[in-house]
Design a binder for this molecule. Structure first.
Ligand SMILES: Nc1ncnc2c1ncn2[C@@H]1O[C@H](COP(=O)(O)OP(=O)(O)O)[C@@H](O)[C@H]1O
Ligand SMILES: O=C(O)C1=C[C@@H](OP(=O)(O)O)[C@@H](O)[C@H](O)C1
Ligand SMILES: [Mg+2]
Length: 201
């Protein structure tokens, strides 16, 4: 089905809705690239951090401060699994893949890993960011440690891997669209027309 963007996918089609999960460290660009990718594919988009803040009625930093990280991770697992079950493009929080139930779910969907260096990520995230309480203090040193711990957890479920440091969000979306075409059919069919994309660029 070709649409102006060349990538529209009718979600009313038969079969389960396609699911694309976006994972990576804080500052890798999940919340930025996710909606752009969803628009190109004609899919719904969910940012799980936004859902959490909405259902909890408070910023993520307040959740951590008042109820602690274990509580946050339980809410995150519930909302992440619900979003993945609903289908569309889902941008996870940076720590979500460390939760076993989420890691197992990621093995069943198309997963995009946006990689970023600690230096670049530190430069992208703001200081004292209310959505990233784990980075309060020395952002760069905390990011270095976090990336070292998590790299294997991001790599394991990844079907598509994009190193984002020197790419703009639009370039990242184009690379994802091209790589989606090369994925095996068994994880759902997402019709994109990368050729049209190349003609458009
Ligand atoms: N490819 C990119 N190049 C430059 N800046 C980016 C890129 N991707 C995201 N950003 C910026 O970095 C910050 C963090 O991006 P965000 O999408 O919130 O990351 P995440 O959701 O992975 O934590 C935002 O200010 C965003 O505009
Ligand atoms: O890395 C993490 O553990 C976290 C990353 C944040 O999301 P982003 O990756 O979108 O910043 C948010 O879920 C929370 O602060 C925890
Ligand atoms: Mg985000």
């Amino acid at each position: 089905m070709s649409e102006p963007g060349g990538h529209r996918l009718d979600q009313t089609g038969s079969g389960p809705a396609p699911v694309i999960a976006i994972i990576g460290a804080p500052g890798s660009g999940k919340s930025t690239v996710g909606p752009l990718l969803a628009a190109r594919l004609g899919l719904d988009f969910v940012d799980v951090d936004e859902v959490i803040s909405r259902v909890e009625g408070r910023p993520i930093s307040d959740i951590f401060a008042t109820d602690g990280e274990p509580y946050f991770r339980r809410v995150e697992a519930r909302e992440t699994l619900a979003a993945l079950a609903a289908g569309g493009v889902v941008s996870l929080g940076g720590g979500a893949p460390l939760t076993p139930s989420i890691g197992q779910a990621l093995d069943r969907v198309r997963t995009v890993w946006l990689e970023v260096s600690a230096r670049t990520a530190s430069g992208r995230v703001g200081l004292n960011d209310a959505t990233r309480p784990l980075l309060l203090g020395n952002v760069h040193s905390r990011m270095v440690r976090l990336l070292a711990e998590r790299r294997p957890v991001y790599a394991a479920p990844a079907d598509i891997h994009v190193v984002t440091d020197s790419l703009h969000p639009g370039q990242i979306v184009e690379q994802i669209l091209v790589e989606l075409q090369g994925l095996p059919e068994d994880t759902g069919v997402i019709e994109t027309s990368a050729n049209e994309t190349r003609e458009q660029s």
